[in-house]
Design a protein around this ligand. Structure first.
Ligand code: GLN
Length: 489
C-alpha cells in the first residue's frame, strides 16, 4: 500500500482498522512534498515541521481518547486566499507578501474543529484572477501530467497538489471556474458549491457575488465528504444561506437510471477542441448506458455569459481591491512624498499587470458615463442567464458540458494574450453568474495523454444530484485506475 495514493475515505478506513497511523500518513506526505514539490511548485508556504508535531500531538490525543472523530490528523492543503490565523495569506501577490492573517476563515475553523492538519498554503493566480496560475507573483506551478504545461487556474496550486499526491485533498475558490477548470486540467475532481452554501468569511474577496470556496479531491466521495465538512449557514457571512443540512455522502447512490440530462449544444460548438469533444461524446454514451436520458437543447444566452462575467467580476474586483492602499494592508512603497503618492506607488508596485487590468476595466464600467451601458446591462443579462438555467432545470435534473474548451496548454502559450486566456472560462462562468453548483470530473485523456474534464451543473442547492451523477460515472469509468500523472519533462 502506498499511503499517498489513497483517497481520504480510504485513509479513514485504514486508520479505523489500525493498518496505518496518523504520523505515518503525515510522514508519507512530508516525504512526498520534499521529493516532488521542487518539480511541481504547488505551494507558496509550507509548515511541515509544525504539521509533523501536530500529527504527533493529535495521535497521542486520539490514543488517550481526548480527541475523537473521523478526520483527526488528516492532512489538507489550502488555497492562499483563505485566511488561517497566524499564517501568511498572500493571495499570490506582492501586495500581501508579508500579510499574516489575524483570524481564521469560517471554513478553516470548521476544519480545525475536526482536527485536520494543514500542510501549507497553495499557489494561485494573483487575487484569483487568471486561468493558468501564471499570474502568481511568486512562482509558476507545473501540471503534474506534463511539467511544461500549466495546471489551470486560479486554484492551480490546489489542483496540482492533489494530482501530484502532495496533499490528499485541498480547498480552492471559484469565481468563474477557478476550482473546476484547474481540476479539469489536472485530472482531479473539483466542486463549486451553490452560491451561499459555503461561508465566504475569511476568503479574500475577488468578486463577492460570484466567489465560493469548494473542495478539490481525488475522487467524488472525498468531494462529498469535504463538502459535508464546510457547508452551512454562517452568521459572519450574510450571503450564506440557511438550507437544511444534508449528508452528501449518503447521496452517492451510484444510480442515474431515468435521470434527465440536458446537453446544451452551444457548449460543443466553435472553440471547443476536437479531442475534448470526442471524450465528452464518449461520456454522454456512458451516461446512456447507465440508463440516463440525454437530450440536446439550446442555452443560447450562454454566449453572453463570458462578457457579462468579465464586466461584473472586474467591477466588483475594482471595489474590493480598493482596500489595498498601502495604509491599512500589505505593501507600502518605501519612498513617497505625500498621501496620494503612497497610494499610487504602493498600488503600482504591489499589484501585478492582470490585477491592474481588472481594476482599470472595473473602474471604467462603473464610471458614471458608462455604468448604464456596461455594468447595468451586464446585470440585466445576468438575470437572463439565471432565468434560462431555471427554465432548463424544469426539464432536466442536470446539465452536462465540457469543463474547459481545451486540455492543459503550455506555460507561456497564452500569458501575453488576456482575451485568449479569458476564453479558458467559456464553459464555467455561466454557472457562477447563475449561482449554481457545478462539478468537474475527469472523463478521459487527449492524444497526448492530458486529462479532459466533464462538467455537471445542478439546480440551486442540488449538490447531491450532481455528486451522485458524478459518482455513477466515476464508478463506471475508473479514470484513476487507468491514468496517472507522469511528471513528463
Ligand atoms: N479565470 C477566471 C478569471 O480570471 C476565473 C477566476 C476565478 O474563478 N477565481 O476571472
Amino acid at each position: 500500500m502506498n499511503i499517498i495514493d489513497l483517497t481520504v475515505h480510504e485513509l479513514q478506513e485504514k486508520l479505523k482498522n489500525n493498518e496505518v497511523t496518523i504520523t505515518e500518513i503525515m510522514d508519507a506526505y512530508i516525504n512526498r512534498i520534499n521529493e516532488k514539490e521542487p518539480e511541481v511548485e504547488a505551494f507558496i508556504t509550507t509548515y511541515l515541521e509544525e504539521a509533523k508535531a501536530k500529527a504527533r500531538d493529535v495521535e497521542d490525543k486520539v490514543k488517550s481518547g481526548e480527541i475523537t472523530g473521523d478526520f483527526a490528523g488528516i492532512p489538507i492543503g489550502i488555497k492562499d486566499n483563505i485566511c488561517m490565523k497566524g499564517t501568511k495569506t498572500t493571495c499570490a501577490s506582492k501586495m500581501l507578501e508579508n500579510f499574516v492573517a489575524p483570524y481564521d476563515a469560517s471554513v478553516i475553523e470548521k476544519l480545525k474543529d475536526e482536527n485536520l492538519i494543514s500542510l501549507g498554503k497553495l499557489n494561485m493566480d494573483e487575487f484569483a484572477m487568471g486561468s493558468s496560475t501564471e499570474n502568481s507573483y511568486f512562482k509558476k506551478t507545473k501540471n503534474p501530467w506534463d511539467l511544461n504545461k500549466v495546471p489551470g487556474g486560479s486554484s492551480g496550486g490546489s489542483a496540482a497538489a492533489v494530482a501530484a499526491n502532495l496533499v490528499p485533498w485541498a480547498l480552492g475558490s471559484d469565481t468563474g471556474g477557478s476550482i473546476r477548470q484547474p481540476a479539469s486540467l489536472c485530472g482531479v475532481v473539483g466542486l463549486k458549491p451553490t452560491y451561499g452554501l459555503v461561508s465566504r468569511y475569511g476568503l479574500v474577496a475577488f468578486a463577492s457575488s460570484l466567489d465560493q470556496i469548494g473542495p478539490i479531491t481525488k475522487d467524488v466521495k472525498d468531494s462529498a465528504i469535504l463538502l459535508n465538512l464546510i457547508a452551512g449557514k454562517d452568521e459572519k457571512d450574510t450571503t450564506s444561506e440557511e438550507v437544511p443540512k444534508k449528508d452528501y455522502v449518503k447521496a452517492l447512490k451510484n444510480d442515474v437510471k431515468g435521470m434527465k440530462i440536458g446537453v446544451p449544444k452551444e457548449f460543443f460548438g466553435e472553440g471547443i477542441n476536437k479531442e475534448v469533444k470526442e471524450q465528452l461524446e464518449k461520456a454522454i454514451q456512458t451516461y446512456k448506458e447507465l440508463g440516463a436520458e440525454i437530450e440536446e437543447f439550446s442555452l443560447d444566452i450562454a454566449q453572453y455569459a463570458l462578457a457579462t462575467y468579465y464586466i461584473i467580476a472586474c467591477a466588483e474586483a475594482s471595489s474590493n481591491l480598493g482596500r489595498f492602499d498601502g495604509i491599512r494592508y500589505g505593501y507600502r512603497t518605501p519612498e513617497y512624498t505625500n498621501l496620494k503618492d503612497i497610494y499610487k506607488k504602493s498600488r503600482s508596485e504591489g499589484l501585478g499587470d492582470e490585477v491592474k487590468r481588472r481594476i482599470i476595466l472595473g473602474t471604467y464600467v462603473l464610471s458614471s458615463g458608462y455604468y448604464d451601458a456596461y455594468y447595468k446591462k451586464a446585470q440585466k443579462v445576468r438575470t437572463l442567464v439565471s432565468n434560462e438555467f431555471s427554465k432548463a432545470f424544469e426539464k432536466y435534473d442536470i446539465i452536462l458540458t465540457p469543463t474547459a474548451p481545451t486540455t492543459a496548454f503550455k506555460i507561456g502559450e497564452k500569458s501575453s494574450n488576456p482575451l485568449e486566456m479569458y476564453l479558458a472560462d467559456i464553459c464555467t462562468v455561466s454557472v457562477n453568474i447563475a449561482g449554481l453548483p457545478g462539478i468537474s470530473i475527469p472523463c478521459g485523456v487527449d492524444n497526448e495523454g492530458m486529462p479532459v474534464g466533464l462538467q455537471l451543473i445542478g439546480n440551486k442547492f442540488k449538490e447531491e444530484t450532481i455528486l451522485n451523477a458524478a459518482y455513477a460515472f466515476e464508478q463506471k469509468v475508473k479514470f484513476r485506475e487507468m491514468y496517472k500523472p507522469e511528471f513528463k519533462k
